[in-house]
Design a protein around this ligand. Structure first.
Ligand code: PGA
Length: 251
């Protein structure tokens, strides 16, 4: 199994200078913990600055979004090739804020998935149900739909480069974290679905992260929960000290 993966999603926070300072503090704090893979996802405008800051550090860079075309008349969009050149290794796709605030659908996420794999970038595919869907008992159905759609056309050989983040929409930025049991249940289901699609040997290396109101106070129990192979952290990743405490749960 690959090492646990802990990802900082800074969303639309941070100027270049702020991102540089935060990256430096995290880098300095994380120095001795090489058994965890740490990834920072700053806004597009800070990617190059953070890439410089992380050079030679072992920490990796992620983008928060991508367009599926290589280039063209797509005002405001950024291509996989551009992200690679900037130093990104990972890219988040299908984040619920993209799905719900910017109307991204499963088909768009699927195109992004294939575009990233073609460009040798590692996708972090976010899936998760809304509160209403959970209350109606639709959690598994929603996750299956999102996964099946996003993985359509992915080859068996490419599948091991994928990471999945289970992010229940009701837990993102709300302070309502999933319990370790809820996270484990969903992660187990995600693995089952992928096993059915690609076979157990191919999906063994795929890391499934939990995201949604992860804090230093709840990170330990989430990190210990079965089937949790890492965390995707929003708000708490904006303070180096909090994010470092979260990372240390995997040490
Ligand atoms: P949060 O965000 O940790 O602030 O809930 C997580 C995410 O959206 O990735």
């Amino acid at each position: 199994m690959k090492p646990p993966l802990v990802v900082a999603n800074w969303k639309m926070h941070g100027t270049r200078v702020e991102a540089q300072n935060l990256a430096r503090q995290i880098f300095n704090g994380v120095k001795d913990q090489w058994n965890v893979e740490v990834v920072l996802a700053p806004p597009f405008t800070a990617l190059a600055t953070v890439a410089d800051e992380l050079r030679g550090s072992g920490l990796r860079l992620a983008a928060q979004n991508v367009h599926w075309k290589e280039e063209g008349a797509f005002t405001g969009e950024i291509s996989p090739k551009m992200l690679r050149e900037t130093g990104c290794t990972f890219v988040l796709i299908g984040h619920s804020e993209r799905r719900h605030l910017f109307d991204e659908n499963d088909q768009m996420v699927a195109k992004k998935m294939l575009a990233l794999l073609r460009a040798d970038l590692w996708p972090i595919l976010c899936v998760g149900e809304t509160l209403q869907e959970r209350k109606k008992g639709m959690t598994r159905r929603v996750i299956s739909r999102q996964l099946t759609a996003a993985l359509k056309g992915v080859s068996k050989d490419a599948i091991e480069n994928i990471n999945v983040a289970y992010e229940p929409v009701w837990a993102i930025g709300t302070g309502h974290t999933a319990t370790p049991d809820q996270a484990s249940d969903a992660h187990r289901w995600i693995r089952d679905v992928m096993n059915r699609l690609f076979g157990t040997t191919k999906t063994m290396q795929i890391r499934i992260l939990y995201g949604g109101s992860v804090r230093p106070e709840n990170a330990a129990e989430l990190a210990r929960a079965s089937e949790v192979n890492g965390l995707l952290v929003g708000g708490a990743s904006l303070k180096a000290e909090e994010f470092l405490r979260i990372i240390s749960q995997f040490a």
